[in-house]
Design a protein around this ligand. Structure first.
Ligand SMILES: *Cc1c(COP(=O)(O)O)cnc(C)c1O
Length: 395
């Protein structure tokens, strides 16, 4: 029975997702294959995770050889892959210290704990505040949800962390009006992903940095989706001439192996001390061996440079597509994190692309199609994607 995995999954898995009726079995490069052997072109990369695509030989090799050596020891001891991955990540991120986590959400939890510990160290009164952004997404745990600017996600789980103030993204006056001596930290994505692909403007990011500098508040930049070269630089903030105090990374760091990290520099790098945080799996030798290899490959293959080139090509092709369709009303993004906004909900377009054209696309909110392909795509892949999407849009 062809759909047996789908009905079995629906009978067994907790129902918090509405899934597309496809069972993927195998991947290679920018292609996925379902359980019937049919091929798909993937422009979603498992939600911006598979930067190097599927089945990248050197990454697979790094994982296999580490499995033969040591998979896990806990953080009560030192291990070689975590040390190497940490040094490499600090070098490309210009940060001072890193803590490895198992997911993006956990990296956000760690960043929030730094903000809280830093406020405590500074002696701020306990009603200190954190400023977050409307339409932001930082994860689903209770802490990450507290700073996620989507009331629909938050409300069923209230009360969450208190004294979170939501500002309008890319509106410096909105942040300014919420800023005070009580502000412990500002948290935001350098490029909003789930919220519809909105890059921070230079004026906004430099302005928020200046506000933080004036009062001693920490600037936390969430680079979980836009980081790891996706914007065309290793981390999206690196082209703005400002530096965060704390940064979160995950998604593409492990190219499919579950690893995230929070990183800090300056005072924030020492805000927490022995006993303040921990994780049993966090930074285990297996995921760190993979992340270490991923970081090597990004450097050797100049993945950021490739993203700037092919991202520019994608930009031009999507501009042309927008000009040819009156359903597309805006185009935003940078490198290989781009979005097309439609004047209709995109759910049907995304579904038809998948089922009729075997093109994997994902949405960001109701009206935006988000393009976050593997970073190794070529111009020919872009051409094929635009051709397929074009057919769906006119249909
Ligand atoms: C995906 C995402 C998260 C959450 O990461 P998980 O690995 O799903 O926990 C947090 N912030 C941003 C910007 C994300 O895109």
């Amino acid at each position: 029975m062809p759909d047996s995995y789908i009905s079995r999954a629906e009978g067994a898995l907790y129902k918090t997702y509405s899934r597309f009726p496809v069972v993927f079995e195998r991947g290679d490069g920018v292609r996925l294959y379902d359980d019937k052997g049919q091929e798909y072109l993937d422009f979603g990369a498992g939600i911006a995770v598979m930067g190097l695509g599927y089945h990248y030989p050197e990454v697979d090799e790094a994982a296999k050889s580490q499995i033969d050596k040591l998979v896990h020891t806990s953080n009560l001891f030192y291990n070689i892959p975590a040390t190497e991955a940490a040094e490499k990540l600090l070098k490309v991120s210009q940060m001072d210290r890193v803590f490895f986590t198992n997911s993006g959400t956990e990296a956000i939890e760690g960043a929030l704990k730094i903000a809280k510990r830093h406020a405590y160290n500074r002696g701020l009164p306990s009603d200190y505040e954190i400023i977050a952004m409307e339409h932001s997404f930082h994860g689903r745990s209770l802490g990450a949800l507290s700073v996620t600017g989507n009331a629909h996600y938050r409300e069923p789980f209230d009360p969450l962390i208190p004294n979170i103030r939501f500002a309008e993204y890319n509106n410096l006056d909105s942040v300014k009006s919420l800023f005070s001596e009580k502000t412990a930290a500002v948290i935001m994505e350098t490029i909003q992903g789930e919220g519809g692909i909105y890059p921070a403007t230079e004026e906004f990011l430099t302005g928020v940095r200046a506000l933080c500098d004036e009062t001693g508040a920490l600037l936390i930049l969430d680079e979980i989706q836009c980081g790891m070269a996706r914007s065309g630089s290793m981390f999206a903030w690196q082209t703005y001439g400002v530096k965060p105090d704390v940064m979160t990374v995950a998604k593409a760091l492990g190219n499919g192996f579950p690893i995230g990290a929070f990183l800090a520099h300056g005072e924030a790098a020492n805000a927490m001390t022995v006993g303040d945080h921990g994780s049993t799996y966090g930074g285990n030798p297996l995921v760190c061996a993979v992340a270490s290899k991923v970081l090597d490959i990004y450097k050797e293959k100049d993945i950021p440079g490739h993203v700037r080139n092919v991202g520019g090509y994608l930009w031009d092709e999507l501009e042309a597509l927008m000009a040819s369709s009156d359903k597309i009303v805006a185009h935003r993004g940078k490198g290989l994190i781009q979005g097309l906004e439609f004047n209709v909900p995109v759910a049907d377009i995304v579904k038809s692309a998948l089922l009729d054209e075997h093109l994997v696309l994902i949405s960001a909110g109701a009206n935006v199609i988000r393009f976050v392909p593997p970073l190794i795509i070529t111009e020919a892949d872009v051409d094929e994607m635009v051709e397929k999407l074009g057919r769906v849009i006119v249909a």
